[in-house]
Design a protein around this ligand. Structure first.
Ligand SMILES: Cc1cc2nc3c(=O)[nH]c(=O)nc-3n(C[C@H](O)[C@H](O)[C@H](O)COP(=O)(O)OP(=O)(O)OC[C@H]3O[C@@H](n4cnc5c(N)ncnc54)[C@H](O)[C@@H]3O)c2cc1C
Ligand code: SF4
Length: 495
């Protein structure tokens, strides 16, 4: 018989992804005894073979097949295991845009994240611009098109040290170059005395006076952790269900609602040149000329399997495209959505409903027209679109795309950035968390993951999530986030 096991800690962190690993390391280094519960297994660079078909079932939840219900259905890949989704992400690093921070302040009562917080995260992750030599020829094609049109853009900033441009970030970095949180923050947490329990799925948080209890299920039976502080960081799709099962956060009616995902798609250009998008940093060049209109482009490349999975073709047409894959360039289109989805649960699993509204459909349409224009400017002889009724354009002619009465169900979309399902708002009637990420009416229970982020960012979210987690950790420690200069002085004094 498996008896319940009870562990005690100062803080119990649920989930070891972008938010959870950061909060765990900062709390542990600040002197707290921390226990991290992670549903998935332990991941390391040694597991990463670089072969997509091996890695998808090992590193992604449900083999990468998590999908939303709605028009159109979206594939919503999520990482599971130590490092969470950062283990499989592309490494792009953007700070929260100033206009978003201002919206948080004015509309949600959330104080802006300071530069010292972003700097602390970026220093830990080694964030730097992709060198042109590593960016690959796919990025060179996107850059050429943008420059010929006079559109603004540049090489992306990423968290990688010693990157070799192997092109397989989304399937785990085999060299250990990508500085995901499992590579950087979890080892720091462990070195500072934290314990990471893998294969432990948190089922409930039971708030109490002075100490809260987390009940988890492990292969060895039930595990309970008693801690003064509980930080939920299970990600925007799983945090709402955990809070709901715990009877927490439901007061405002916001729990599980306000889901934004930055819906995304890709366009492919067929060229008379060797692009070979399997070589180079997969996500290395961006175009932000139309950010104020709600969309951006990020050149996204990868091994041939990637093209085979994403292209809107089957049978002979797919075969013909794949035989010429070295001449194909790919660029992503990401929309800052005004549509809102909802996470509920059925049979203990999250159920995600998301319908693309008319405004976002129109934004996709403009984005696709602009991206086709970029491909023509770069010299494409044809452009393959993620649009069911219009899969390919030829000879520089985008007129069929302009003439199409586009419907949401025409679009083949994915989403990589779920946010907002336990949003922060100083008003308990409008948010699940207060402005300090504490669950309203549940002292001692906090949230530090994408679910806390109120609304779309228009940029990739990992740095925002990590910066919020950093600020939360220092708040729980009762000290301000140290400025870089302070840390350097302290180090110099110690040495
Ligand atoms: C393919 C891909 C590429 C991406 N590229 C980028 C990029 O280049 N730049 C960027 O900024 N963002 C990128 N993202 C998004 C980014 O990685 C995520 O936004 C971020 O990791 C979310 O952080 P999180 O803490 O909310 O959740 P996660 O990082 O997903 O962590 C949640 C963790 O909680 C665990 N968990 C869930 N439920 C439980 C439970 N009940 N008990 C215990 N553990 C649980 C999960 O297993 C997981 O490990 C990408 C995402 C994908 C899928
Ligand atoms: S491109 Fe760089 S960061 Fe990405 S998997 Fe290859 S070596 Fe790692």
């Amino acid at each position: 018989m498996n008896l319940p096991r009870l562990l005690r800690a100062d803080a119990c962190v649920i989930g070891s992804g972008a938010g959870g690993a950061v909060v765990a390391a900062e709390l542990a280094e600040g002197g707290m005894h921390v226990i991290v519960l992670e549903e998935g297994g332990e991941r390391s660079r040694a597991d990463a073979t670089g072969r997509p078909r091996d890695m998808l079932p090992r590193l992604y939840r449900d083999g990468g097949q998590v999908a939303t219900l709605g028009r159109p259905p979206l594939l919503l890949p999520l990482g599971v295991g130590t490092g969470g989704t950062t283990f499989v992400n592309s490494g792009t690093c953007f700070r929260t845009p100033p206009d978003v921070l201002e919206r948080w302040r004015a509309e949600h009562g959330i104080e802006a994240l300071g530069p010292e917080t972003f700097e602390r995260v970026e220093r830990a992750l080694g964030v730097a611009e992709v060198p042109a030599a590593l960016a690959g020829r796919n990025a060179a094609v996107i850059r050429r098109g943008a420059e010929r049109l006079g559109w603004s853009g540049g090489y992306l900033r990423r968290n990688a040290r010693g990157c070799q441009g192997s092109g397989v970030c989304a399937f785990g970095c085999p060299t250990g170059a990508k500085q995901h949180v499992g590579e950087v923050y979890l080892p720091r947490a462990l070195a500072a005395g934290a314990a990471v329990v893998t294969g432990a799925r948190a089922e409930r948080v039971l708030p109490g006076r002075g100490a809260n209890r987390v009940v988890a299920v492990t292969p060895g039976g039930r595990l309970e952790v008693e801690a003064e502080h509980v930080v939920v960081a299970a990600g925007a799709i799983h945090t709402p269900g955990l809070l709901a099962r715990s009877g927490l956060g439901a007061g405002s009616g916001a729990l599980g609602r306000h889901l934004t995902v930055h819906p995304a798609t890709a366009v492919w250009g067929r060229f008379d040149e060797d692009v070979d998008m399997s070589r180079g940093v997969p996500q290395s060049y961006y175009v932000d000329e139309f950010a104020s209109e709600g969309f951006v482009f990020e050149g996204i490349a990868g091994p041939p399997d990637y093209l085979a999975m994403a292209a809107p073709y089957a049978g002979d047409r797919l075969r013909e495209l794949m035989l010429a894959h070295r001449e194909v360039a790919q660029c992503g289109l990401m929309v800052s959505d005004t549509s809102r989805g909802r996470v509920t649960s059925a049979l203990g699993r999250p159920l995600v409903r998301y319908d693309l509204n008319a405004r976002d459909t129109a934004t996709f349409r403009s984005g696709l027209e602009r991206l086709a224009e970029l491909m023509w400017a770069a010299g494409a002889r044809s452009v393959v679109l993620p649009v069911s009724r219009l899969p390919e354009l030829h000879r520089g002619d985008s007129a069929p795309l302009r003439a199409l009465d586009m419907r949401p169900s025409d679009l083949k979309l994915m989403a990589f950035h779920p946010l907002g399902t336990a949003r922060a708002h100083a008003d308990p009637g409008r948010g699940v968390l207060d402005e300090h990420l504490r669950v309203h009416h549940a002292p001692g229970v906090h949230v530090a993951d994408g679910s806390a982020v109120p609304g779309p960012l228009g940029v990739n979210p990992q740095i925002t999530i990590m910066a919020l987690a950093t600020r939360l950790a220092f708040r729980l420690l009762g000290t301000p986030v140290p400025a870089a200069a302070t840390e350097e002085t302290e180090t110099a004094c110690r040495s």
